[in-house]
Design a protein around this ligand. Structure first.
Ligand code: PBG
Length: 327
């Protein structure tokens, strides 16, 4: 190219008007892409705001139904459930996690009864049920893998029995997808899917979530099972393994600091990929907006489209309702 070419190639022609920009837009985000996370607590008539997640609440089952109704009316197809377990029901064996009348199981049944079309996904991990706040069983200060994976497979079956459409193991134990798939098949749950948190990083961005569920690890950290933020090849390896073990959807988590991982995983597996736009990412935007430091709606939409650009198919996000309302 030379100086004489200068006026001919002008990128700004394609940015001239709103309609032209819409015509050449490469990516779209819509309500159908969203998975709305929900926090459920025991009791009646409870709606309590999570301090570190402004605008986000924990609900008792009765009020959660109205929340699900609103989510459905906004065209969001799916919810991802997390149960807040009272301290006196926590132990090191996941006893309450397997209770057919436990809070998670009751919530799944209630939603599927009133909203049979709603796609219900359940978190499978021990941390909300664990006196140690760890995702697996603790023995001699270690989070033991195989015993944990066996237990998590039973937990998945229990959620499937309650009517879950997808179980979503967020624990990062080795081999758990295979054990879960096997257990689901053996119990006749051929249609229950697995959304595997395949590449889940040991991240500081989960802070507000741990407040929401009171599930912070009681000792140590989660670095012996969650991934090192420095790694991307490892994420691809985990995703390929989970695909082989029988996962139906592969998840990367967190979202914004890991867009390159979303891209790498998307190019390595032949399954839908989801990303979890986690609590800390939500809190950052909310806090900055509250200070008047950025425009909340614009920052939210820019964040969501960045996930699509990175190659994700689905987005679990606390912004689901707000974004669907805007769209
Ligand atoms: C626990 C779990 C966590 C999240 C989802 N499932 C926290 C953790 O691993 O400590 C985080 C979600 C969020 O921060 O929004 N198995």
């Amino acid at each position: 190219m030379s100086r004489s070419d200068f006026p001919y190639a002008r990128g700004r022609r394609l940015r001239k008007s709103e309609n032209i920009r819409r015509m050449v837009s490469e990516h779209n985000v819509g309500a159908a892409d969203f998975i709305a996370p929900l926090f459920v607590v025991e009791g009646k008539n409870v709606k309590s705001e999570i301090a570190s997640m402004p605008g986000y609440h924990r609900f008792s089952i009765d009020l959660l139904m109205r929340e699900v109704e609103e989510i459905q009316s906004l065209g969001i197809p799916s919810v991802l459930l997390f149960a807040k377990v009272p301290d006196d029901k926590k132990d090191n064996e996941g006893t309450e996690a397997l209770n057919p009348e436990g809070l998670m199981q009751k919530t799944v049944k209630a939603i599927k009864k009133e909203f049979p079309e709603m796609v219900v996904m359940t978190d499978v991990a021990l941390d909300p049920y664990s006196i140690y706040g760890h995702d697996g069983i603790v023995q001699n200060d270690k989070i033991v893998n195989d015993e944990s994976a066996e237990l998590l497979a039973k937990m998945a079956v229990s959620h499937a029995e309650a009517g879950a459409d997808f179980v979503a193991p967020s624990d990062m134990m080795d081999g758990r997808i295979l054990l879960m798939r096997e257990a689901l098949e053996e119990n006749g749950f051929y249609d229950t899917g697995i959304m595997a948190y395949s590449a889940k990083y040991a991240s500081s961005f989960y802070g507000p979530f741990r407040d929401a569920l009171d599930s912070a690890p009681g000792f140590g950290d989660k670095k012996t099972y969650q991934m090192d933020p420095a790694n991307v090849n490892e994420a691809v390896r985990e995703a390929i393994l989970d695909e082989k073990e029988g996962a139906d959807i592969i998840m990367v988590k967190p979202g914004l600091p890991y867009l390159d991982v979303v891209r790498a995983v998307k190019e390595s597996v032949n399954l839908p990929v989801s990303v979890y736009n986690v609590s800390g990412e939500y809190a950052m935007i909310k806090a900055a907006a509250k200070m008047g430091w950025l425009n909340e709606e614009e920052a939210m939409m820019e964040t969501l489209i960045s996930f699509k650009r990175a190659g994700t198919d689905l987005i679990a996000t606390y912004f689901a309702k707000d974004a669907a309302r805007l769209l």
